[in-house]
Design a binder for this molecule. Structure first.
Ligand code: ZN
Length: 400
């Protein structure tokens, strides 16, 4: 026979007659254990004092798989004890998912049920919706759920004729919960959170939203086209997560020397300030680089004006950018060759297009001489990892 768990979810101990024993698999004339279905896991507990491994539906009956083969036989009466902590957790978690869906009804567009699952740490609900569930929407869903918990809304369940249920347009259906709901063929089990949500569901629920306790939204993701998955926690996981987030908010506000309410604004203005300082720093560095490069020793080679020298404390990319600018903007400079100070110097070469000098060629001659690697085109090239003293590289460039 089917489980009585959804009808009487508060029963934790019951007697039943054994109708079959097959290895570790046992069936009973009645059971209050919940068989895994519709996203709710199987109950835990003991049967005749033996721990349960699993509870599943099979061929219209409920199969209890024990951890070891039982010492009782068909026809005997045994006692089943349902693990109170786990069942109570599942009831709270399951009802919370209905309350979350009810919250979704209030703020999400074109809403549909995409799926549902309870794990020992968290619960997920998949929404079909055209609304983008961003941070703001996520927080509002959480707020509405906790508000509905606080409102202490009665939760009830009843079997109604299937036709009647399908005619109502306020009932949430999903294929997974229908597994549990459709077993009784021509009736459907409706779970109602008063003035909040109605869903076809075969799970176990608390009888008032107050029993759910605090609900904490953990995350969201997009498991598929048009689906948004919202993960949340009831119980200890949620309470601990809340403490973590609260602590992080307070730490952040303290570091920013402001209140939690003003922390985001303070962080945004700090970032803007950092960006503007960074821009200023780059400009100053570029000015300094330009000055250094224009102070390089000038020499004329084959009719082209070269500026050759060593740069200390500048990145090769920055040096390259400024070298190109100098060649472009200073009429008296045709070629800039800058060597980075340090153990394995870099070399950047910028050459004007009418200078008669090929920058790539200059770099490859230097790397042929001193090792390292690099390359580039006629107007700009760079090398790195040269195995030489920077002064030797500049001498080579001047003499070559
Ligand atoms: Zn349910």
């Amino acid at each position: 026979m089917l489980t009585r768990a959804p009808e009487e979810p508060t029963v934790r101990e019951f007697d039943a007659a054994v109708t079959s024993v097959d290895g570790r698999d046992v069936t009973l004339d009645q059971t209050y254990f919940y068989a895994e279905s519709g996203g709710q896991p199987a109950d835990r507990g003991t049967l005749g004092g033996i721990p349960l491994d699993d509870v599943q539906k099979a061929d219209g009956s409920v199969v209890h798989t024990l951890a070891s083969a039982p010492d009782f036989d068909e026809g005997e009466t045994i006692t089943g004890v349902i693990d109170d902590d786990f069942r109570t957790y599942c009831m709270r978690a399951h009802t919370a998912s209905h309350v979350l869906y009810g919250a979704g009804r209030r703020i999400l567009s074109d809403l549909g049920y995409g799926g549902f699952d309870i794990s020992p740490e968290k619960v997920r609900v998949d929404f079909v919706t055209t609304t983008e569930i961003d941070d703001g929407v996520l927080v509002e869903l959480e707020r509405l759920v906790n508000r509905a918990v606080w409102d202490a809304r009665p939760v009830s369940w009843e079997e109604v004729p299937a036709e009647e249920a399908f005619e109502r347009d306020d009932v949430a259906f999903n294929t997974k919960t229908e597994e549990g709901v459709m077993d009784d063929s021509d009736t459907i089990r409706l779970v109602t959170v008063e003035d909040w949500d109605v869903a076809a569901c075969g799970g176990t629920h608390v009888s008032n939203t107050l029993e759910i306790g605090p609900v904490t939204v953990l995350d969201r993701s997009n498991p598929g086209e048009g689906l948004t998955r919202v993960e949340f926690a009831v119980g200890l996981t949620g309470i601990d997560r809340r403490a973590t987030v609260h602590r992080a908010a307070l730490d952040t506000a303290r570091e920013l020397e402001t209140s939690v309410d003003d922390a985001a604004e303070a962080a945004a203005s700090l970032r803007a300030e950092k960006q503007s300082l960074e821009a200023e720093r780059r400009e100053l560095e570029s000015e300094l680089l330009t000055e250094r490069i224009t102070e390089f020793e000038a020499l004329a080679k084959n009719g082209a004006q070269w500026h050759v020298g060593v740069l200390d404390g500048f990145d090769s990319n920055d040096a390259g950018d400024v070298a190109k600018d100098v060649v472009r903007e200073e009429n008296e400079t045709d070629v800039v060759a800058a060597v980075g100070a340090g153990e394995r110097p870099y070399l950047v070469v910028a050459a004007g297009s009418d200078s008669g000098v090929d920058a790539g060629d200059v770099v490859s001659r230097a790397t042929d001489e001193f090792g390292g690697g690099g390359g580039g085109g006629a107007t700009f090239a760079q090398g790195g990892g040269l195995d030489a003293d920077p002064a030797d590289v500049t001498s080579f460039l001047k003499d070559a």
